[in-house]
Write a protein that binds this ligand. Structure first.
Ligand SMILES: Nc1ncnc2c1ncn2[C@@H]1O[C@H](COP(=O)(O)OP(=O)(O)OP(=O)(O)O)[C@@H](O)[C@H]1O
Length: 322
């Protein structure tokens, strides 16, 4: 059952189209991640879904309400964790005072707020920070408190814009467990954006890929994996491969996709059949008398990101498999 549907949502800043007929839906109890490169329009879209920013056209329904007719009711149904953590709480109040204040504002009873604070702070290892003024918390601790603020009144839908940005690995894992529990055991829905693809893979039931303000793909991580142009990768240090060998390898019919790791140090050759691919690659290395260290690995969400969203896709590094 859908708790949120959005159709044909358009938004321009001046004459720059940022959302171009964006469509999206969120089901009850679902964690749905929106992925896209910087500037794809994710934050703008979430602000529109939160009734914080007006769209130019299109339709959004949340919990049976239309966002143009019932923005106030819709705001009551959602919790929002934006990227501006600093301005999401009162600096001089302690974390507990902030949470009590926002809970009261949401119409919660005092004992209900206190119980939620105790439970969430235990889950997130935040008990000993509750009485620290917000301004004296570290960046990660502030972020944790802002997440608690969003979940406090147990809203039907929570939007999280890069929720674990700036958190250490332990706290990130606690936040992820807390979010999973919120969706799986309380039946709530979560929309998140993240650039940490392992996190998306761990958390999400569904993923939507966004490019230039529009959704270009949607599905489970498994479904997206099936669309990949290659399923196995042979990684080799670029410095081990002369340019001529790189050319020959990229021309191999067994190689469906070539990508370069962000730092430019490693080339990844995507193949369908690992043995067949490896044999062909080794043959070229032998013929060119090149000694290269190489590593085999299976497809990661990062590879999908480059294949489906990356600029390299348009750069002809990738060749369609005949
Ligand atoms: N208030 C604004 N006025 C003008 N342009 C804006 C405004 N807010 C965002 N933009 C532009 O709209 C585009 C989409 O921005 P948005 O923040 O929605 O992207 P995003 O996908 O969330 O990016 P990121 O992953 O970097 O957070 C960007 O090019 C941005 O510069």
């Amino acid at each position: 059952m859908e708790v949120l549907t959005a159709f044909d949502v358009c938004k321009a800043y001046g004459n720059r189209m940022v959302l171009d007929h964006m469509a999206f839906d969120l089901k009850k109890g679902e964690i749905h991640a929106i992925l896209g490169r910087n500037g794809a329009g994710k934050t703008t879209f979430i602000k529109i879904l939160s009734a914080l920013l007006a769209k130019d056209s299109g339709a959004v329904r949340i919990g049976g309400y239309d966002i143009d007719r019932d923005p106030v009711r819709i705001r009551r149904l959602i919790g929002y964790v934006g990227q501006d953590t600093e301005r999401s709480a009162y600096a001089r109040l302690t974390a507990r005072e902030n949470l009590l204040f926002f809970g009261r504002l949401r119409g919660m009873k005092e004992d209900q707020i206190r119980t939620r604070i105790t439970n969430m702070s235990t889950d997130l290892g935040f008990q000993d920070k509750l009485d620290t003024p917000f301004m004296h918390l570290s960046g990660g601790q502030k972020q944790t408190m802002v997440i608690m603020r969003a979940l406090l009144h147990e809203p039907m839908i929570v939007y999280l814009d890069e929720p674990t940005k700036g958190l250490d690995p332990l706290v990130s894992a606690q936040v992820r467990n807390c979010l999973k529990d919120y969706a799986r055991n309380k039946g709530k829905s979560i929309l998140l954006t993240s650039h940490i693809l392992s996190e998306v893979e761990d958390l999400s039931d569904r993923v939507s890929l966004m490019r230039h303000g529009a959704r270009i793909q949607s599905g489970t991580v498994l479904e997206l994996r099936k669309q990949a142009k290659a399923s196995e990768f042979i990684d080799m240090p670029k410095s081990d491969l002369p340019a001529a060998t790189q050319d020959r390898l990229s021309q191999l019919p067994q190689v469906a996709f070539v990508t370069e790791r962000e730092d430019g140090a490693v080339l990844s050759y995507g193949v369908y059949q690992v043995w067949e691919g490896m044999e062909a690659i080794l043959q070229v290395l032998r013929e060119d008398d090149v000694r290269a260290t190489f590593r085999h690995r299976s497809l990661a969400l990062e590879d999908l990101f480059v294949m489906l969203l990356g600029e390299k896709e348009e750069d002809s590094l990738e060749r369609a498999r005949a």
